[in-house]
Design a protein around this ligand. Structure first.
Ligand SMILES: Nc1ncnc2c1ncn2[C@@H]1O[C@H](COP(=O)(O)OP(=O)(O)OP(=O)(O)O)[C@@H](O)[C@H]1O
Length: 304
């Protein structure tokens, strides 16, 4: 797959603060690429450099073969950017905003259709300042898509949304991806990254810690799988302890607790089946992105 965005050794400082130290990654055509990291990791600064809003102190960036600073006017036509709340005038009505922003583009989407798709049709005449958090968010997504961009940059897509609105927004993003739009998603929500992103760059203190699929990151971190069940009959724990994929087996209150690598569940269930043992109340905890981040950096994404 060809590269849509190529970031090489990006560096950006604000006075004494090194916001982005050394960031490199490639975003491929048609994927949802996540940038995940704790507050202050340098995510927004990276994205703003890609958008051409900030001049890097070092490194190179190519977006659709363009230089974000030199070719800013052309890039604006092809790159959809989610505006921050403060950038939309309070008094502008929803329909007015969409019509206005669509006028900036050579071949915009039909903004009325977009308004329907985003569930904003009944708010067409409502001023931005009177919209709920979820409605503002949907409008900002609509404004990012109204130019029919090849690439959309979405920063904190679902921050401040309730769980239902968040899930609706995820569904929407999947629909947009299926129309071939490449998306860069900045987030600090694990679940969002796991659900939506084809690949994720984990960023910490201005550096890329790892880039991979969510599953690949969890695996890379060598985080163990935890399996817990109640055997239907008394069993010899050595049956499990001897398995190469298993690292530990203990018994507690009639429950068997097994830890092991990503193949441990397969190995354990095969042994149980061969021995005619049913695993009751089976629970499996898979390693997730949060585990991977902690393993790779020693810190939690949620901050602290
Ligand atoms: N305009 C600015 N002037 C000075 N320092 C800044 C500016 N913007 C960001 N910083 C600093 O640069 C560092 C990286 O900030 P950035 O906003 O890029 O991180 P982030 O990962 O997007 O964080 P968050 O998730 O909190 O938005 C932080 O230490 C921040 O305080």
């Amino acid at each position: 797959m060809p590269a849509v965005i190529e970031v090489r050794n990006l560096r950006k400082t604000y006075g004494e603060t090194v916001a982005v130290d050394d960031v490199s990654f490639t975003v491929r055509d048609g994927e949802i690429f996540g940038i995940l990291g704790p507050n202050g990791a340098g995510k927004t600064t990276t994205v703003e450099c890609i958008e051409g809003l900030r001049a890097p102190d070092g490194g190179t960036i190519g977006v659709l073969g363009l230089d974000p600073r030199r070719d800013r006017a052309e890039l604006t036509q092809q790159l959809g950017v989610q505006l921050q709340h403060s950038e939309v005038p309070e008094k502008l009505q929803v329909a007015e905003a969409l019509e206005l922003y669509s006028s900036f583009y050579r071949s915009p989407a039909d903004w009325r259709t977009l308004m329907d798709v985003l569930g904003l049709a009944d708010k067409a005449k409502t001023r931005y300042g009177k919209l709920s958090g979820g409605q503002r968010q949907r409008l900002s997504i609509a404004l990012a898509l109204v130019g029919r961009p090849k690439v959309a940059m979405l920063d904190e897509l679902t921050t401040g949304l309730d769980p239902q609105a968040r899930r609706d927004t995820w569904q929407l993003m999947e629909d947009v991806r299926s129309r071939g739009v490449t998306m860069v998603l900045v987030t600090h929500f694990m679940e969002e990254a796991e659900r939506l992103c084809d690949r994720v760059a984990l960023i910490d203190a201005g550096r890329v810690v790892a880039v991979d699929t969510p599953a690949g990151l969890a695996e890379k971190a060598h985080v163990e799988q935890r399996i817990q069940f109640r055997p239907s009959v008394e069993m010899d724990l050595d049956l499990l302890a001897d398995l190469p994929d298993v690292t530990g087996v203990t018994r507690r209150d009639g429950l068997v607790l097994v830890t092991g690598n990503n193949n441990a569940l397969n190995a354990v269930t095969s042994v149980l089946a061969r021995n005619h043992i049913v695993a009751e109340h089976l629970r499996v905890e898979q390693a997730n992105l949060e585990d991977a981040f902690v393993e790779l950096t020693g810190r939690h994404i949620g901050g602290q």
